[in-house]
Design a protein. Structure first.
Length: 167
């Protein structure tokens, strides 16, 4: 029974990591004009995707088959170009900071959810004495905590600039 529940938790964390990767990609696209956000978000998305890959392998060990994310949507390249151009134009608009702050807040909350799931998975791995799973948790959860740290710093730096200025 523990393996089934472990598989369910792995599936939930897998989906959360994939969702966080997609959100990091979306923010990178929307914030293309802000290189201090764009490039780190792309790197953090890649780490989330790596986490999802590792979770798929762990889930297989627990009898759960998790699908890989779909990579090609028919209009994805066109949408990416439109978002990038829109972001470049918004970069000169007064609400660009507010949009960035909103994006960072959403990412922060999503990353917190992922971190909580890693914490739970670590507890399960200890309880069922699954050293291989615990090794994965102990390697990958700190990376999520690093993402949260980066987001916290960006929020602390962005909030005063955005919220303390007059409209």
């Amino acid at each position: 029974m523990a393996m089934t529940r472990t598989g369910t938790l792995l599936a939930e964390l897998h989906e959360a990591e994939q969702a966080l990767a997609r959100e990091f990609h979306r923010v990178a696209e929307r914030q293309a004009a802000d290189h201090g956000t764009h490039y780190p978000c792309l790197a953090l998305a890649a780490r989330c995707e790596e986490h999802a890959t590792r979770l798929r392998a762990a889930a297989r060990r627990h009898g759960r088959d998790l699908s890989e994310p779909r990579h090609s949507e028919p209009l994805s390249h066109l949408l990416d170009a439109v978002r990038r151009k829109s972001s470049e134009r918004r970069g000169h608009h007064t609400s660009a900071g507010q949009l960035l702050l909103r994006d960072l807040r959403h990412l922060f909350l999503s990353a917190q959810e992922v971190s909580l799931l890693w914490l739970l998975l670590g507890q399960v791995a200890r309880a069922v004495r699954d050293q291989e799973l615990l090794d994965d948790v102990e390697e990958l959860h700190p990376e999520t905590l690093g993402q949260i740290g980066w987001l916290t710093t960006r929020l602390k730096n962005t909030a005063p600039q955005v919220l303390a200025t007059a409209d």
